[in-house]
Design a protein around this ligand. Structure first.
Ligand code: APR
Length: 247
């Protein structure tokens, strides 16, 4: 059992909890568009139209088409070295570990991640606004589809957390952030709360904070350290460093 000096405090590795937050940037090298970069997803759409409850009520067909295209695209992409490095960290780190993703693609689970929370939902799930239940869904979704639980039609939507809605898993996420000694963000612009505020919660408990991104973000100043570069390069290197306890 390794001993770590985290912020000058000696503690056994089993006590050290790591929380990782990922955003669209970790999937970019797999071929999935980010939201706010050049030709990002929000370039072609107003998020109010395709990522809000009001937009879904206004034009459910447009919203279904937007997510059907993204869901169909999952079959053409694969996890990359950054996803796989986080699986290695989860398996080899002897302390507690939680991976929180803002992404709705399935690349983390296809890479092998298990201690995973999709705080913004998942493309491969459907949700019934009638009874509140959700279930696995891989094909196209449309206004004519019925809830597999209550049978209602016209109330089934992608199980995505839209703007103005409460993210999933917040109790578990906030609990882990309150205990963590290391917080790493990968490939997120730090534009959307509550995820953008996680680094502040980690700092408040004295955690080491590391931002991995190809570029500086509006949140960069809140991190103690930065690893600038492609996720497929900087994440494997950071995992090697963390596992080597080369503090
Ligand atoms: N390696 C590392 N970082 C990258 C790479 C890469 N190969 N490519 C892009 N990035 C970085 C960009 O510099 C940017 O900071 O990834 C970030 C992507 O930012 P956004 O497109 O804003 O995506 P994200 O931060 O995940 O958005 C958060 O906003 O629209 C909502 O719900 C949506 O979950 C999403 C949330």
């Amino acid at each position: 059992m390794g001993w770590l000096s985290v912020g000058g405090v000696g503690m056994s590795e089993s006590e050290v909890e790591i929380v990782i937050l990922t955003g669209a940037g970790i999937s970019a090298e797999s071929g999935i568009a980010t939201f706010r970069g050049a030709d990002g997803l929000w370039e072609g759409h107003r998020f109010e139209d395709v990522a809000s409850p009001e937009g879904f009520r206004r034009d459910p067909g447009l919203v279904h088409r937007f997510y059907n295209l993204r869901r169909a695209g999952l079959g053409e992409v694969a996890p990359n070295a950054a996803h796989l490095a986080l699986v290695r960290l989860e398996r080899e780190w002897r302390g507690r570990f939680l991976l929180v993703t803002q992404n709705v693609d399935d690349l983390h689970e296809r890479a092998g991640s298990e201690r995973l929370v999709h705080m913004h939902g998942e493309l491969k799930k459907a949700l019934c606004e009638g009874c509140g239940k959700s279930w696995e869904w891989v094909g196209d979704l449309g206004t004519g589809d019925a809830c597999v639980y209550c049978g209602r039609v016209g109330v089934v939507r992608p199980d995505i957390v839209w703007f103005g809605e409460i993210p999933y898993g917040m109790d578990e996420i906030l609990g882990a952030l309150g205990r963590c000694r290391i917080f790493v963000s990968v490939g997120t612009s730090g534009s959307v709360y509550p995820a953008a505020g996680f680094v502040d919660l980690a700092r408040r408990v004295g955690a080491r904070t590391v931002e991995c991104n190809v570029a500086e973000t509006s949140a960069s100043g809140n991190f103690g350290e930065r690893r600038t570069g492609l996720a497929t390069e900087v994440v494997p290197a950071l995992v090697e460093e963390l596992l080597g306890s080369a503090w």
